[in-house]
Ligand binder design. Structure first.
Ligand code: OOB
Length: 550
């Protein structure tokens, strides 16, 4: 399992190494420099409590030692589901030290998602949060155990067991002035460090193996592009496990540069504004709907946000109008970030002109990122034309975990990853995202694979057919509309309420639930007999124009 990824070709790997992109360092060494040179600098502020680099290093070593004593070994897998907090990073580094491979689940993932990760990884360890609704009783953990027979350890942050075994280790003994990087066994940096989650466009979420070499490079280069330093005070308001606030440059970038991460529970103005004022936050990252909430918040009048220098926005397309408002009204520089958990990250540069900052989604961060914009026959389109973005590079993965069929479809014959995004490239090399050619709904940065939700509807005995599409939404960009064809043996009593209840009972993450259900006699088909989703999108868009959602 340690090497459970499709490797880069030896030719590419050799090139990335010779060019210095890959330095054969493990992710746990991100902390190394700070622990050596500035152990007392504050790495994390969480809930009013300040943790130094020495403290973070010691706590993660203590936890690694504890887990080792419990029998966890290199190559074992783990599911981690934690909120934005000090312990998230302690757990991350502890597992890196042991070479235990976690999948980092988001807090809004529910039974369906966690069960799927358990099935894919057969983890030995689950670390989650005692406050999460799934862990109020032991029922769900036991159920997971049936799916993953290897699951031997369930640690719930905030539980009595956690307090008994870990609180002392992680907090009290960890608050030292100095701490040396504890030498755990050296691991191969070409191996998988952890699994990221794909937004996906198919029935089940895909796991993305990220290696030490590729992820470390991505963090280092992001820090370089953003010019981060010890002075960086980064507010982590998006879910800590997501690729954007984790590595673009995110919290790992902060640790590499020696700055401070301030944890916010969520990106709402009420959670963030006081933290910005209190701790002099100068950078943060948001998704477009959060930007609108910030701009329209009345609370802005009562706080001083003047410490903010840069706000990064990504995950979904930001409108040029909102981009301009953001810079004008908050007196910050906007940095657009167009990235993906699979690898490639594009940034507008801090010194890009205003038009570029407001209208493009940035350019690749690395000179070795190969960008090919192609038509449906994989032929490169003319310069400046819209086409499908395909890419290859030192931190773009080469295949999903255990998914041969999907991997064939996701890559071109010469190894370029098909992102499913429709883009065009400006003369300066910046990309403008024009749309999408993947069956996915982007709900303000949260990705929903249409097929996954369709499969859940299909499980209902009275659903004959169904199609899920995105419908326009002013705040989120898109929301989810499900078109349902009822079976002939259903009657009037089979309605939206029943279907919504059914979907809820399946244990799917809330954000994947349909925002609207439309009953329809038959799904429109294209000439080749496929469901005509374009027609459905047009239908619902027109309906919304005449009849806006209540
Ligand atoms: C980020 O990662 P994912 O894996 O949740 O989603 C990737 C997809 C992209 O393929 C694209 O469809 C969309 O999200 N996307 C954007 C965008 N940034 C991401 N679409 C338009 N404009 C943007 N700025 O979302 C992600 C990962 C790392 C950094 C930033 C975002």
């Amino acid at each position: 399992m340690l090497n459970s990824c499709i490797p880069w070709s030896s030719e590419d790997a050799g090139f990335y190494r010779r060019q210095g992109y890959w330095q054969d360092k493990e992710l746990s060494l991100i902390l190394e420099k700070q622990v050596r040179e500035n152990p007392q600098n504050i790495a994390i502020i969480d809930n009013g409590s300040e943790k130094s680099y020495a403290c973070l290093e010691a706590a993660s070593s203590q936890l690694a030692g504890y887990l080792f004593a419990q029998g966890l070994r290199a190559g074992d897998r783990a599911i981690v589901q934690l909120p934005n907090c000090f312990e998230f990073y302690v757990v991350f580094f502890a597992l890196q030290k042991l070479a235990v491979l976690p999948v980092l689940a988001l807090m809004n993932h529910n039974q369906v998602e966690l069960s799927h990760y358990a099935q894919s990884l057969d983890p030995k360890l689950l670390i989650a949060d005692a406050t999460h609704s799934l862990f109020q009783t032991s029922e769900f953990s036991q159920k997971l155990g049936n799916t993953a027979p290897n699951l031997q350890h369930v640690l719930l942050r905030g539980s009595n067991e956690w307090a008994r075994n870990l609180t002392e280790k992680l907090y009290a003994s960890a608050c030292l002035d100095h701490y040396h990087c504890v030498p755990f066994r050296k691991h191969n940096a070409e191996h998988v460090a952890f699994f990221q989650l794909s937004g996906g466009s198919t029935g089940t979420p895909k796991l993305i193996p990220r290696t030490h070499n590729d992820y470390f490079y991505s963090v280092r280069q992001s820090v370089e592009v953003c010019q981060w330093s010890e002075k960086t005070r980064y507010l982590c308001a998006l879910p800590a496990a997501h690729n954007f606030p984790l590595s673009s440059p995110g919290a790992l970038g902060v640790f590499y540069a020696g700055g401070t991460v301030i944890c916010a529970p969520d990106p709402s103005p009420s959670s963030c504004f006081t933290l910005i004022e209190k701790y002099g936050v100068n950078w943060t990252s948001l998704v477009p709907p959060a930007v609108q909430l910030w701009l329209n918040s009345k609370e802005r009048e009562h706080v001083d946000l003047s410490s903010l220098d840069v706000i990064q926005v990504g995950g979904a397309k930001l409108s040029a109008t909102v981009a301009a408002r953001l810079e004008r009204e908050l007196n910050v520089t906007l940095q657009q970030v167009f990235g993906m958990a699979e690898g490639l990250v594009n940034y507008t540069r801090l010194d890009d002109d205003q038009w570029t900052r407001h209208n493009t989604q940035g350019r690749p961060m690395c000179d070795a990122d190969e960008i090919r914009i192609v038509d449906e026959h994989n032929q490169v389109v003319a310069k400046g034309e819209v086409g499908l973005l395909t890419t290859k590079g030192p931190y773009t993965f080469r295949g999903y975990l255990n998914d041969t069929l999907h991997n064939v479809l996701s890559f071109t014959e010469d190894g370029f990853y098909r992102t499913g995004d429709l883009v065009r490239q400006t003369k300066s090399g910046h990309l403008i995202v024009e749309g999408r050619d993947k069956d996915q709904i982007n709900k303000g940065g949260e990705k929903v694979a249409a097929e996954e939700l369709e499969n859940h509807f299909h499980a209902h005995p009275l659903v004959y057919d169904c199609a899920v599409v995105g419908m326009p939404d002013e705040l989120l960009g898109e929301r989810i509309c499900a078109f349902i064809v009822k079976c002939t043996n259903s009657d009037q009593s089979f309605n939206r309420v029943i279907l919504n209840r059914f979907i809820r009972a399946r244990g799917l993450a809330d954000f994947k639930h349909p925002d609207r259900i439309e009953f329809i006699d038959a799904l429109p088909k294209t000439k080749v007999g496929k469901v005509d989703k374009k027609a459905l999108r047009e239908y619902i868009t027109n309906l919304l124009v005449t009849l806006p959602i209540a």
